[in-house]
Design a protein around this ligand. Structure first.
Ligand code: TXA
Ligand code: MG
Length: 322
């Protein structure tokens, strides 16, 4: 595995070439790091599953460079999906649509739908544009973590997570910390009304602002979104919510909340954006410190706080299940 500074001349070109040759490229997006392969190359895509140890029926997001490429990968696209794409792409939003023939079973996990996103990060976008100039049509990329683990939000965490599992032709594009820090909002766009499958930085309020009407609130979608399984996004350290940490246990809360006596303060973000941005790295730190447990006081309210609570709830549920 080679790692290249994404800002250096030639790095993006080298990465696009590596993808075209069927190799894997880990790249930053504004949400979390992704591990990408040519979405049309079954061998490359299969390696993503091997490296992550991800079950084959868990579909991948196809990343494209612009809304204009949406029709390549999807059919029967509802008007509201175009409205969302116009307002939030490039950005932290993934749309699940009926797939076109381009989206093969090895990308969609045998489903008739495909997940598509135009990322806003300049390195991700640059890579997509360069890849398309070589004849590529899309980059299939899940988050760059082992199955069920926390998504990496900086290059060091990527290397720790997957470094040993990549081969000498694979590349890591190294950049600064991802600005948002939690995964994109996933919206099911295969029904009359949109349905949020995974909350993220494109919030329900923002979506209503665009569409002017509420979305579906069915608890169950016909769509399978395995990322919404309750065993996802978990550190090794046990997580508890709103509990009083004992001596030497970890503590995560907004900066306005004081640290309980003898607890180890991992982060003190000043607002919900900073909370999202710092959460995963803080939990990796808890793993490194071998803490027995971490108590998190989740932020209240709307906006990205909804997505933060969603991820924290999953971490706790995971430990209840074990
Ligand atoms: O922010 C993000 O979305 C990051 C960056 C790299 O783009 N990607 C990401 O990918 O989080 P991943 O694979 O870790 O999570 C994508 C989720 C998975 O839970 C997957 O099951 C769901 O999207 N998904 C993918 N295709 C789907 C489909 N056709 N129908 C329903 N869910 C789908
Ligand atoms: Mg993931």
């Amino acid at each position: 595995m080679r790692s290249l500074d994404a800002s250096l001349h030639g790095s993006i070109e080298a990465a696009a070439k590596a993808l075209k040759q069927g190799n894997l490229v880990v790249f930053p997006t504004e949400t979390v790091y992704g591990i990408g392969a040519d979405a049309l190359n079954s061998g490359g895509v299969k390696r993503i599953y091997q490296v992550k140890n991800r079950p084959l029926d868990h579909p991948l997001i196809v990343h494209i460079s612009s809304i204009l490429k949406m029709n390549d990968w999807a059919t029967k696209i509802p008007d509201y999906a175009y409205d969302l794409a116009r307002d939030f792409w490039p950005g932290p939003m993934t749309l699940v649509l009926n797939r076109s023939e381009l989206a093969e079973d090895f990308v969609t996990g045998n489903q008739n739908t495909v997940a598509i996103r135009v990322p806003a990060h300049p390195v991700a976008l640059g890579l997509l544009i360069e890849f398309e100039s070589l004849g590529g049509l899309g980059i299939a990329a899940p988050s760059a973590n082992k199955f069920g683990a926390l998504s990496p939000t900086n290059a060091l965490d990527v290397k720790e997570e997957l470094g040993d599992l990549l081969n000498q032709n694979d590349l890591i594009l190294v950049e600064a910390q991802c600005s948002i820090g939690i995964e994109s909002t996933i919206i099911d766009c295969t029904q009359k009304k949109p349905l949020i499958l995974r909350p993220g930085a494109v919030t329900e309020e923002l979506i209503i602002g665009t569409l002017g009407h509420k979305m579906s609130h069915k608890v169950k979608s016909k769509i399978r979104a395995p990322g919404t399984l309750q065993t996802h996004y978990s550190p090794k350290t046990k997580v508890t919510i709103n509990s009083n940490p004992k001596k030497d246990e970890g503590f995560i809360a907004l900066s306005s909340i004081t640290t309980p006596k003898e607890a180890i303060r991992l982060i003190a973000p000043e607002n919900i954006q900073a909370f999202a941005n710092q959460l995963y790295a803080a939990l990796r730190k808890a793993d490194h410190l071998n803490l027995k447990s971490v108590s998190i006081i989740p932020p209240e309210g709307n906006g990205i706080a909804v997505a933060i609570r969603d991820r924290i709830d999953r971490m706790v549920t995971n430990h209840f299940e074990i």
